[in-house]
Design a protein. Structure first.
Length: 108
C-alpha cells in the first residue's frame, strides 16, 4: 500500500501549531543541542515544521504542554507549569539550564 497526496490543503494554518513549533525551538534553547537531540530522536531543531510527524519523546512533552495551553489563564500555577522529560532525560539534573531531576518548570 502506498499513500500519496491527491489534493492541496485549503485550510488556514492553525495558531496552535505555530505555538508548538515555537515551544520546540524554546525547548532546544533550554535543553541545549545534546539533550534536545536525545529527546528528538537525534533530529536537529531545524528539521521541525508544521507538517512533521513527531517522535515519542517530543510528542510526550508536547502533550504536557498542550494541557498547559488548555488551562492557562494568564497566571502561572505551580502544578500546571512543569514538564517532565521522558526516557533518558527523566533524571537529568542541570540547575544551570533550569532542569531539576528531569523536570522543567515554566515561569511567566
Amino acid at each position: 500500500m502506498k499513500l500519496q497526496e491527491v489534493g492541496y490543503a485549503t485550510g488556514a494554518k492553525c495558531g496552535a501549531t505555530f505555538i508548538d513549533l515555537e515551544f520546540i525551538r524554546w525547548l532546544n534553547r533550554k535543553l541545549g543541542d545534546e539533550y534536545f537531540r536525545m529527546l528528538s530522536d537525534d533530529r536537529p531543531v531545524e528539521s521541525f515544521s508544521v507538517h512533521n510527524v513527531f517522535g515519542a519523546g517530543i510528542r510526550s512533552v508536547l502533550e504536557q504542554f498542550d494541557k498547559m495551553k488548555m488551562t492557562y489563564d494568564g497566571n502561572a500555577q505551580p502544578n500546571m507549569s512543569r514538564i517532565t522529560l521522558p526516557g533518558d532525560l527523566y533524571d537529568v539534573d542541570d540547575p544551570d539550564r533550569g532542569i531539576d531531576e528531569g523536570v522543567i518548570t515554566l515561569t511567566k
